[in-house]
Design a protein around this ligand. Structure first.
Ligand SMILES: Cc1ncc(COP(=O)(O)O)c(C=O)c1O
Length: 390
């Protein structure tokens, strides 16, 4: 079955539900059993059975099945947010004395979780150049248990050479984790590139409507899934059934939404690339972007999230005037919804292993499902305000 058909069919069983197309939302804490023997049996298979709300319901399982089918993984674990998925996966896989390698382009709250939680438990963290590729081998120590990747980085957009990183990591017995949110699991097949655990903030494109927090951890194989699921279950973390339902509903329209985000994003990125106030457009699908060849090798498309760096002559105040003048772009965190968003960014401030090569102020844009010409007109008004303030 091809990917778009997997998206419309996975996790559905109308024949079990009066023929109704979508799975119902099961709200559950308690699950009752007809006998002591049945109750005990459910405990013996506690990672798989429906026996208590925290371990999952048919709704959460349907969502997980669909995400695993989308990403090509064995099984998926739904989590209450993308950050919970990152924290849950890392916590499941490390112990005191272990060493983690994390890309310098990582989402800042991942870095903060490592610094403020994992470090407290005696896990050592080293940040590496996202463009390191096979050179990651030089950074791996005997106690390195995992290499965390995020590709492209969601602020700076470097694309990572995942197969090269995976080869080096696996040769040393380390796992590779990927924050796969930018591709939505649709434009990158993580497990064919050697990734062991693919994590998404399903809050973004999968939910797609900016109305739910949701995360996913998808594992390459069953034993890794069981290790992750056991640890997540022990910590009591679980995604809510309504949010899983929204995630599942979002998956059904993911392909055409992403196609539109991609087309608008690329058209606007190309146009911005030619504007005199713009020093660089950080969009992996632009041939002018440094990692374009790597993106073209491993990805089948691009979402509508990218960065814009203004010329050094543009002040921070002029950048803010650009943002304040926007009317269609909301100023707000997150991305992946139908609405367009913009934020000021400062990638230099959230790196520790590599230098940020640009000196001008920057923004991040998420191109939503609005008419591309209206978005362009809005950005043109923003640029006029920027020129006036400069
Ligand atoms: C790349 C990336 N990963 C993870 C997250 C965290 O997701 P959530 O907001 O669902 O916790 C975000 C949120 O912005 C993100 O941009």
């Amino acid at each position: 079955m091809r990917k778009d058909t997997r998206l419309t069919t996975a996790g559905r069983a109308p024949e079990d539900n009066h023929g109704i197309v979508n799975p119902p939302v099961y709200h559950a804490s308690t699950v009752t059993f007809p006998s002591v023997a049945a109750l005990r049996d459910s405990q013996r298979h506690s990672l798989d059975s429906i026996h208590y709300g925290r371990f999952g319901t048919p709704t959460t399982r349907a969502f997980e099945e669909a995400v695993a089918a989308l990403e090509g993984g064995t099984r998926c674990i739904s989590m209450p947010s993308g950050l919970a998925a990152i924290a849950g996966a890392l916590t499941a896989l490390v112990k005191t004395g272990d060493h983690l390698l994390i890309t310098d382009s990582v989402y800042f709250p991942t870095r903060r979780f490592c610094a403020e939680v994992l470090s407290r438990f005696g896990v050592e963290i080293t940040y590496y150049d996202p463009r390191i590729g096979a050179g990651i081998a030089d950074w791996i120590r005997p106690e390195t248990v995992a290499v965390f990747t995020e590709s492209p980085g969601s602020l700076s957009f470097e694309v990572q050479d995942l197969p090269a990183i995976a080869e080096a990591a696996h040769a040393a017995g380390a796992l590779v984790l990927l924050d796969n949110t930018w591709s939505a699991g649709y434009y990158l097949a993580p497990f064919t590139l050697g990734v062991d655990v693919s994590i998404q903030a399903a809050t973004k494109f999968i939910v797609g409507h900016s109305d739910a927090m949701l995360g996913t951890i998808t594992a390459a194989d069953e034993s890794l899934y069981r290790r992750l699921k056991a640890a997540v279950s022990l910590s009591g973390v679980c995604a809510g059934p309504d949010d899983c339902y929204l995630g599942l509903r979002g998956l059904r329209s993911l392909a055409p939404r992403l196609a539109r985000h991609q087309a608008t994003g690329l058209a606007v990125a190309e146009w911005l690339d030619g504007c005199p106030e713009v020093a660089a457009v950080l969009h992996p699908a632009l041939p002018s972007f440094a990692d374009h060849a790597l993106w073209a090798r491993d990805f089948t498309g691009a979402c509508g999230l990218f960065g814009v760096v203004f010329e050094e002559t543009v002040s921070g105040g002029a950048r803010d005037a650009f943002l304040d003048a926007l009317e269609l772009f909301g100023l707000g965190y997150s991305w992946g919804g139908y609405e367009s968003l913009a934020i000021p960014t400062n990638p230099a401030a959230v790196r520790s292993a590599t230098a940020w090569p640009y000196r001008g102020p920057s923004v991040r844009l998420h191109l939503g499902l609005d008419d591309p010409e209206d978005l362009k007109a809005d950005l043109q008004a923003g640029l006029a305000a920027l020129r006036q303030a400069a």
